[in-house]
Write a protein of this length. Structure first.
Length: 96
């Protein structure tokens, strides 16, 4: 059974120099999830790469939060289609 690891949001923001408000806005838009424990907010360590990617898109390219949401949805759909395409290619090889 895999054990989930959480990082304190305040600590992550301090170390990564990403503003707390940015991470909170990501949460408001449903782009990341918080875990609340003892009145502190935590993020799953698996979300860190996603937060950093969205920060770069927002900071470097000026993409707003609605745009970040749209990009995340499109990437999710693209990955789903890639998996489906791989499955169909494997099935097709059976008939060759």
């Amino acid at each position: 059974m895999a054990r989930e690891k959480y990082i304190l949001v305040r600590h992550y923001c301090k170390v990564s120099q990403i503003e707390d408000a940015f991470v909170e806005r990501l949460h408001e838009f449903g782009l990341i999830a918080f875990e609340e424990k003892q009145n502190d907010l935590y993020i799953d360590e698996q979300d860190i790469s996603e937060i950093e990617r969205m920060f770069r898109l927002h900071h470097d390219l000026g993409i707003n939060f609605e745009g970040l949401d749209a990009i995340k949805e499109m990437l999710k759909r693209m990955h789903k289609l890639e998996k489906e395409m791989d499955l169909l290619q494997k099935k097709l090889r059976l008939y060759e």
